[in-house]
Design a binder for this molecule. Sequence first.
Ligand SMILES: O=C(O)C(=O)C[C@]1(C(=O)O)C=C[C@@H](O)C=C1
Length: 197
Amino acid sequence: MNRVSLGAGSLGLRRLGWIAAGLLISGVVLAADRQASDEARETVDGLLGQVEQRLAVAPDVAMAKWNSGAPINAPEREAQILERVVVEAQQQGVDQQLARAFFQDQFDASKAVQQQLHQQWQQASQPPFDNPPDLASDVRPQLDTLTPQLIQSLHEYQSLEDEPAALQYFEDNAARAVADHEYAEALEMALSSLREE
Ligand SMILES: O=C(O)C(=O)C[C@]1(C(=O)O)C=C[C@@H](O)C=C1
């Protein structure tokens, strides 16, 4: 009697073990299979695209400043942008600390590209460019157009924080964008506060 019930007990335990293992495996498979929603992908693609678009303006800034001799670092302009960023972030319910850190990253990334280009031009004894873009009338307005778009994208991005698949999609695509980029270190800088989220 004892032996029979012992046997049944150990069989039950073993069966439980198999069931637990089965559940664990299917859980892992399901989690790996879960994909970011179309909406989440759109948000991430949009945000990454806009960050790249903003960084793509940096060579024009560099050219304008190469000709004019204006310093790369323009703290008063950064302060002016941040002032607007804080107001718009507040209106849209974007975390202000994130918005500030994110825009500071964009400035730092732009300065890194500008410094790299100025260094190259210095070494190549580059003369002033013919028809350089004008900082005030051509270049800064492009950046100003992107500012509210970026804040809107930050707002959408923030809503993804409880979607691990979306954050993974962001990570994968951010890493790919950096690896493929001409100014990889600068793009990495531009994305750093988002990747620390
Ligand atoms: O507007 C400029 O002068 C720029 O260099 C562009 C920019 C920016 O990314 O917005 C970058 C660095 C400056 O310190 C200020 C602003």
